[in-house]
Design a protein around this ligand. Structure first.
Ligand SMILES: Nc1nc2c(ncn2[C@@H]2O[C@H](COP(=O)(O)OP(=O)(O)OP(=O)(O)O)[C@@H](O)[C@H]2O)c(=O)[nH]1
Length: 366
């Protein structure tokens, strides 16, 4: 095991369907870690711009940087578009977030990310992928997929939820922990049985409503789910599953055992893969850049040959550069753990486009 990596905190990205209990879970693991070692509390990032109340004190809160309601108003967006755009804006500053986390790396063992309630906004957006990649290439990272156990007892719902989890696993390619939450209401043993023995799942499926049509034949859906259960059997081998109650704290220790075991998985399986992917990405970016520079130079040569007079106006003027307003948003991410102050929002006026609509000052696509 490599020592420098071992010392790094492990990042837990909490993902789950709306209402699965992500925020309650984050609060529970937060209080567990505080109780375990009050000298080394976790470092918490809230990435949900629309949440009105969080039951924990986040060290970095997206709401301090981006006012989601203003984003909706200024861009004329609905709630989901607003959350997505707010996350996009925040992602442009994610290097600052990483710097802050790096600075605290010696003092914390766990970094926890709470993600937006609308799961797809994080799992299927470019910003979600950028944040996940950025975090995972800097720190050992694990995905905690929170499942609402009482709402997953029907075989069809269970399968849908597992397929979703599967898609996230294959998208992030990170160590993955299925967290069956709310075990105080519904124990999760049925889920473990279905995962370990697909015949058990198929038996449950066969006795479920709608398993057979009016002629007593298995329905199309039933046959499909039967086949899918075989596919998922392979997927289950790649993940850990724990049952927890974020209400009572049951199972939280087992969750951390799974997190600690995931550190080894990350180093053995995921880190080399991530590095390979990063190298490939950098190579293709380099090639694309070289290609566009070459094409630009070719265009310029043709342009100047056609219009030599215009070329003399096309010179860099350092004076102009000084007068130019900096387009870059000068926004600082706030680390509340160091110096709490009352929130700061992105000053979008700095990004006003020349000649743009005076009432709409924010950067817009195109
Ligand atoms: N009984 C029980 N209820 C829970 C548990 N965890 C969460 N809840 C409840 O489930 C509901 C949703 O919890 P949240 O933590 O807000 O869920 P969330 O996934 O963050 O929801 P979004 O904000 O929509 O993302 C709340 O009413 C919680 O009190 C649990 O372990 N047991």
């Amino acid at each position: 095991m490599s020592d420098p990596q071992q010392k790094k905190p492990i990042v837990i990205i909490t993902i789950g369907m709306a209402g699965a209990g992500k925020s309650t879970f984050v609060q529970r693991i937060n209080s567990f870690l505080h109780a375990k070692d009050s000298e080394r509390p976790p470092y918490i990032l809230n990435l949900d711009p629309a949440v009105t109340q969080v039951p924990f004190e986040a060290n970095i809160d997206i709401r301090d940087t981006v006012n989601y309601q203003e984003v909706m108003k200024q861009y004329n967006l609905g709630p989901n578009g607003g959350i997505l755009t707010a996350l996009n804006l925040f992602t442009t500053k994610f290097d600052q977030v990483l710097n802050l986390v790096e600075k605290r790396a010696d003092d914390v063992d766990y970094v926890i990310l709470d993600t937006p309630g609308q799961i797809e906004i994080f799992t299927w957006s470019a910003s979600g992928a950028i944040i996940t990649d950025a975090v995972a290439s800097s720190f050992p990272t694990v995905v905690a997929y929170v499942v609402d156990t009482p709402r997953t007892t029907a075989p069809a719902t269970f399968m849908s939820n597992m397929l979703y989890a599967c898609s996230i696993l294959y998208k992030t390619k990170l160590p993955f922990i299925l967290v069956f939450n709310k075990t105080d209401v519904q124990p999760h043993e049925f889920a473990l049985e279905w995962m370990h023995d697909f015949e058990e799942f198929q038996a449950a499926l066969a006795t479920h409503d709608g398993a057979r049509d009016s002629e007593g034949e298995p329905t199309y859906m039933n046959s499909l789910m039967n086949s899918m259960s075989l596919v998922l059997d392979e997927f289950y081998k790649h993940l850990k599953a724990v049952g927890v109650s974020s209400m009572t704290g049951d199972g939280i220790k087992e969750f951390f055992d799974a997190v600690d075991a995931s550190r080894d998985d990350y180093e053995k399986d995921y880190l080399p893969e991530l590095e390979r992917a990063r190298e490939a990405r950098e190579k293709s970016l380099r090639e694309a850049k070289e290609d566009s520079v070459n094409r630009l130079m070719k265009d310029l040569t043709v342009d100047r040959a056609n219009n030599p007079a215009a070329a003399s106006n096309d010179r860099w003027d350092p004076a102009e550069e000084e007068d130019d307003d900096d387009d870059d948003l000068d926004v600082n991410i706030i680390d509340r753990s160091e110096d709490p102050w009352p929130g700061q929002y992105m000053d979008m006026n700095r990004a006003r486009r020349p000649g743009g609509d005076e009432n709409i000052n924010w950067p817009r696509p195109g």
